[in-house]
Design a protein. Structure first.
Length: 319
C-alpha cells in the first residue's frame, strides 16, 4: 500500500497505479480529491494533514508533495516559518508508519535559501533509520514534453536507484498538443490587445531573446499553476497563424503534463489549472514508481550499521 500525502489530483499516484501499486490519497482540497477518486482506483480522503495524524492502514511506501510555496523562488521562501510548510506532517507520518521507502517531491528552491531547513529534513529522516538520497530530475528525460525540473528525495533502507533517463529524443510540445493547438471555438480564450502590449513590454524588459509563445518544435516551458492560470507576461499560450495568442486549454495543459485524455479534472477551470500545474507528471511518476517497485522486490534490507555507513559522507547539497 502506498500512502500519498498532499496528493493533489493524483499525478504522482497515477504513475504509481500504472505499475501496479495501490494508493490512498490525503489532500485538503475537495476538487483535487474528487479528481483523484474519480480517475484512480484508489480513494483520496479530504483531510488537513498535521503531525501525529492516524492515516489508517499500514504502508510499504509513503509518497508526497508537500506544498512548494514556502520554497519557491517566486515567493518569499519562508520555509520552516511558513504556515503552509507540510514537512512536519510528512516526517511524522514516516516516523509513525516506518515504511520501507518514503519519497517526496519539491521545487529546487529548497536547495537555495532554505538549504539549512532541507538539510535538517534530511537529517531527521536519517535519524529515523533511512539512507537519504536526493536528485534534481528533468521531466523531459522521462518522456514528458516539458522542461520541468524538480527535486526528489528518497528515504530508503536498501539499494535505491533513481530511474535512468530514457535513451531517446525528447518529446516536443507539438508531439503532445500539435493536433489541437490551433483549434479554436467559442470557449477559446485569447490575449487581449492590451495583454499583447504587456507581453511585448515584459519580453523587452526581461531581455527575452525569443518570444515566450509555446514552440511546438521543442519541449514546453515548465507548466505551473501560475502560467496556466494567470494573466501574466509569462503565461503559456499558442500563437495562431493569424497572429492572435490563444491561452492554453485545460486539456492542452494536462497533455503537456503527460496526463492521458481520459483523465478528467473536477472544479472550475482555475481549480483544474491549479491541479495540473501542481502535479508530478504521471509519466515521470511512472518511472519513479518502477524504481520503487524494483527496490521493494529486489533490494536487500540493510542493517543499521550499513545504513549509517551509507549516510556517512553526507551527500553534499548542491549549493
Ligand atoms: C504540490 S501539490 C501535490 C501534487 C501531487 N503530488 C500530484 O502529483 O498531483 C500539493 C498539494 O498539497 C495540498 N495541501 C497543502 N497543505 C495541505 C495539508 N496541510 N493537508 C492536506 N493537503 C494539503 C495542496 O492543496 C496541494 O494540492
Amino acid at each position: 500500500m502506498v500512502l500519498d500525502l498532499f496528493a493533489g489530483c493524483g499525478g504522482m499516484a497515477l504513475g504509481f497505479e500504472s505499475v501496479g501499486f495501490e494508493t490512498i490519497g490525503y489532500e485538503m482540497l475537495g476538487d483535487a480529491c474528487d479528481t483523484y477518486s474519480s480517475n484512480l482506483c484508489g480513494e483520496c480522503h479530504q483531510v488537513f494533514l498535521e503531525p501525529g495524524m492516524d492515516l489508517g492502514p499500514d504502508a510499504d511506501v509513503i509518497i508526497g508533495g508537500p506544498p512548494c510555496q514556502p520554497f519557491s523562488v517566486g515567493g518569499k521562501q519562508g520555509g520552516k516559518g511558513d504556515r503552509r510548510d507540510g514537512f512536519p506532517a510528512f516526517i511524522s507520518a514516516v516516523e509513525m508508519y516506518q515504511p520501507r521507502l518514503a519519497m517526496f517531491e519539491n521545487v529546487r528552491g529548497m536547495l537555495y535559501r532554505n538549504k539549512n531547513y532541507f538539510h535538517s529534513i534530511v537529517t531527521e529522516l536519517m535519524a529515523l533509520g533511512y539512507v537519504v538520497e536526493h536528485k534534481l530530475i528533468r521531466a523531459v528525460e522521462h518522456g514528458v514534453p516539458q522542461k520541468r525540473e524538480r527535486l526528489f528525495v528518497v528515504a530508503h533502507r536498501g539499494e535505491w536507484r533513481f530511474p535512468k533517463k530514457l535513451g531517446r529524443e525528447y518529446f516536443t510540445a507539438g508531439d503532445a498538443i500539435g493536433d489541437i493547438a490551433f483549434a479554436t471555438n467559442e470557449d477559446s480564450k485569447f490575449l487581449t490587445k492590451s495583454m499583447d502590449v504587456y507581453v511585448a513590454k515584459y519580453e523587452k524588459k526581461s531581455q527575452c531573446v525569443r518570444p515566450r509563445d509555446l514552440h511546438l518544435d521543442r519541449p514546453s516551458r515548465t507548466v505551473t499553476c501560475r502560467n496556466l492560470n494567470g494573466a501574466t507576461g509569462d503565461m503559456l499560450r499558442v500563437k495562431l497563424p493569424d497572429g492572435r495568442r490563444k491561452r492554453l486549454t485545460v486539456r492542452e495543459g494536462a497533455r503537456l503534463q503527460s496526463f492521458p485524455d481520459w483523465f478528467r479534472f473536477s472544479g472550475s477551470v482555475g481549480s483544474q489549472f491549479n491541479q495540473i500545474g501542481n502535479a508530478v507528471p504521471p509519466l515521470l511518476a511512472r518511472e519513479l514508481a518502477k524504481s520503487v517497485m524494483e527496490y521493494l522486490n529486489k533490494s536487500p534490507i540493510l542493517t543499521t550499521n550499513e545504513i549509517q555507513k551509507l549516510n556517512q559522507p553526507k551527500q553534499p547539497l548542491l549549493f
